[in-house]
Design a binder for this molecule. Structure first.
Ligand SMILES: NC(=O)c1ccc[n+]([C@@H]2O[C@H](COP(=O)([O-])OP(=O)(O)OC[C@H]3O[C@@H](n4cnc5c(N)ncnc54)[C@H](OP(=O)(O)O)[C@@H]3O)[C@@H](O)[C@H]2O)c1
Length: 253
C-alpha cells in the first residue's frame, strides 16, 4: 500500500480523503490542517493533526491548501526524502523546491465540499521532478480515476486558463441568465434543460460546430434589440461575446 498524508482541509482535501479511504492501493494515514475544526468530520476515518512536528512518515504528502499558502506549508514540512505534491492548476512545480522529490496532482474539476462527485470520471494531471516518481504518482492517480494526463507546468497553466473560460465564466453567464429571468418574474429553472443540452452537445460535436444564436447568424437587428433591453454591465458582456462570435464565424454586423 502507498502511504499518503493530505495537508489541507478544504474542498479538494475532503474529496481526496473520501476517495482514498475506499482505495485498495493507497492508504490515507493522516490529515493535517491549520485549523482542526475544518477536518473534525474526518477524524472517525483517519488521524488528524494541526502540528507539523506530528506529521507521520508517508510515501507521498499531498498539499491541498489555498494557492497562496502552498509555499509556506511546504517550507514548514520536515519529511525527509518523501515525494511532495500540490493540487493546484495555476502553480508551478517549482514552488515546492525546498523538497528533493516533487510533483503535481491536479484534478481538473470544480469541487465543493458538500457535493458528491464520481472521482473515476475526473481527469488527473500529473507531473513530477523525476521519472521514477511519475510512475508512483500514476499508480496513485489510476487507483481513483480512469483518465490520467502527463501535463507539465507550462501546459497546466494554459489548461487552467481554459478551465476558467469553460467553468467559471460559463457559470457567471448562468448567473446573468438567472438575473434577466428574475427581472421579469420568470422561474430560473426554465433554463436548466437548455444548459444541460448545451453541455451534452459537445460530447458528440466540437464547440465550433455546436454554436447557434444571433451572433453566429450575423443577425444585427436581433442583437440591437437585445442590447437595448439590458443594463450597462450586461450590455458590455453581450457586445464583447457577440463580437467574439461574429469574428470567429467571419460574419459582419
Ligand atoms: N476547489 C476546486 O474546484 C479546485 C479544483 C482543482 C484544484 N484546486 C486546488 O486545490 C487546492 C485547494 O483548493 P480548495 O478549493 O480545496 O481550497 P479551500 O476549500 O479554499 O481550502 C483552503 C485550505 O487552505 C488552508 N489554508 C489557507 N491559508 C492557509 C495558510 N496561510 N496556512 C495554512 N493553511 C492555509 C485552509 O486551512 P483552514 O481550514 O485552516 O482555513 C484550507 O485547508 C488549491 O491549490 C486549488 O487551486 C481546487
Amino acid at each position: 500500500m502507498i502511504k499518503i498524508i493530505i495537508l489541507g482541509g478544504g474542498n479538494v482535501a475532503h474529496h481526496l480523503a473520501r476517495v482514498f479511504k475506499n482505495s485498495t492501493k493507497v492508504s490515507l494515514i493522516q490529515i493535517f490542517n491549520r485549523s482542526l475544526n475544518s477536518i473534525k468530520d474526518l477524524e472517525k476515518h483517519v488521524e488528524i493533526t494541526n502540528n507539523y512536528r506530528k506529521l507521520k512518515n508517508a510515501d507521498i504528502y499531498i498539499i491541498s491548501v489555498s494557492d497562496s499558502a502552498i509555499e509556506k506549508v511546504s517550507s514548514k514540512m520536515d519529511i525527509g526524502n518523501a515525494l511532495v505534491v500540490h493540487t493546484s492548476g495555476s502553480t508551478s512545480l517549482n514552488i515546492l523546491k525546498n523538497h528533493k522529490r516533487t510533483g503535481v496532482f491536479y484534478p481538473l474539476q470544480t469541487f465543493s465540499k458538500d457535493r458528491n462527485i464520481d472521482f473515476a470520471e475526473i481527469p488527473i494531471c500529473i507531473e513530477t521532478s523525476n521519472n521514477e516518481d511519475l510512475k508512483l504518482l500514476e499508480l496513485v492517480a489510476e487507483s481513483i480515476s480512469k483518465s490520467i494526463y502527463k501535463i507539465d507546468s507550462k501546459q497546466r497553466k494554459q489548461l487552467h486558463i481554459a478551465a476558467v473560460f469553460v467553468n467559471n465564466f460559463v457559470n457567471h453567464l448562468y448567473a446573468i441568465g438567472d438575473d434577466i429571468c428574475k427581472e421579469r418574474n420568470i422561474q430560473t429553472d426554465i433554463l436548466h434543460p437548455l444548459i444541460k443540452e448545451t453541455a451534452k452537445k459537445i460530447e458528440s460535436m466540437n464547440a465550433f460546430n455546436a454554436q447557434t444564436g444571433p451572433a453566429k447568424r450575423g443577425d444585427s437587428s436581433i442583437i440591437k434589440k437585445h442590447i437595448s433591453n439590458l443594463n450597462k454591465n450586461q450590455q458590455e458582456i453581450y457586445k464583447l461575446l457577440s463580437n467574439s462570435i461574429v469574428d470567429k464565424y467571419g460574419n459582419k454586423l
